[in-house]
Design a protein around this ligand. Structure first.
Ligand code: ADP
Length: 296
């Protein structure tokens, strides 16, 4: 009687020990790899699945996903720094050059005045870059305060079109507002105007001479969906997600002026309202950018 009981206890202890080992060893391995990655800042480390235990496998999958996300964030941060440094260097170098010119002959008042005007223009550009970056950061962090009021979308689109009339005429782009004038929803007018302004700016900038841009809007499933279609260059299939990232600019659009902040701002504004932003596009045929806002 006693011997079988002792045998059972021994078997239980051995089974417990083996089970413990099969969990503890892989967990120690995971911990050491994560520690290594943290210490070296090398987020390209991935942990191989070395256990048959489902729980350990799940843990390894989640940790690998976290490492991947960290790697993507670190890369985005590096790219952001590079791009900001690059974008700020040009106006700051010009600013310095203008000041140097003025200092060469302070008696030449005309040259000094011209240099000051150049300085003003370049510092304006630096400020614009910094303000845009701060606007996007504020909107993305969720700390942007919205002044929500019932907003007539058609009227707001008219205002936006007015702002860009000259630029559009210069490029002979025809802009049409097909938003029903009775359509309204709660929105921050200033922010929504900025967001639609960015979309129109792009729709003209990446359009062909003599092209068109059309604004439309409809209510669908409790959302007001505003669309801006254009007959422009289109967005390559592999880029329809990336273009919403901060400072992302496609290779093809490098010849146009821009900071790569416009769309990330549009997306952040839409999301700050509880809405969304997305695009459908065909290369060389055109794009339709959408912003949706909760109807109530
Ligand atoms: P920017 O225009 O300053 O480059 P954005 O964030 O506004 O920055 O846009 C990011 C990229 O998306 C652009 O560089 C361009 O490649 C692409 N893009 C945006 N709008 C359009 C459009 N209407 N047609 C084609 N490409 C577009």
């Amino acid at each position: 009687m006693i011997i079988p009981a002792i045998l059972t206890i021994v078997a239980c202890v051995i089974a417990g020990f083996l089970l413990g080992r099969s969990l503890v060893i892989p967990l120690r391995f995971v911990t050491s790899r994560v520690r290594e990655s943290l210490a070296s800042g090398n987020f390209s480390v991935r942990i191989p699945v070395r256990s048959r235990e489902k729980e350990v496998q799940d843990l390894v999958t989640v940790v690998n996903q976290m490492l991947e996300r960290n790697a993507a964030l670190a890369k985005q941060l590096r790219t952001t720094f590079d791009n900001v440094a690059h974008d700020l260097r040009t106006p700051v170098t010009r600013l310095r050059a203008a000041a140097e010119v003025a200092l060469q002959d302070p008696a030449d008042l005309e040259a000094c005045r011209e240099a000051l005007a150049d300085c003003l223009e370049e510092s304006e550009r630096v400020l614009q870059i910094l303000n845009s970056l701060m606007d996007v950061a504020e909107a993305e962090s969720g700390s942007m305060r919205l002044r929500i009021s019932e907003t007539e979308i058609g009227d707001l689109v008219d205002d936006v079109i007015d702002m860009y009339r000259e630029v559009a005429e210069e490029k002979e782009v025809l802009i049409t507002n097909r938003v029903p004038h009775s359509l309204a929803c709660p929105a921050d007018e200033i922010r929504l105007r900025q967001a639609l302004g960015n979309l129109l700016d792009n729709a003209i900038k990446y359009n062909r001479r003599g092209g068109w841009v059309t604004f439309e809007a409809e209510v669908k499933d409790n959302e007001v969906i505003i669309s801006v279609s254009d007959s422009g260059a289109g967005v390559a299939e592999g880029e329809t997600e990336k273009i919403w990232e901060r400072l992302y600019r496609s290779e093809r659009s490098r010849s146009e002026k821009g900071l790569g902040l416009g769309l990330s701002f549009v997306k952040a504004i839409a999301e700050a309202h509880g809405g969304r932003a997305w695009v459908t596009s065909m290369v060389n045929e055109g794009s339709t950018f959408y912003v949706s806002l909760p109807a109530r």
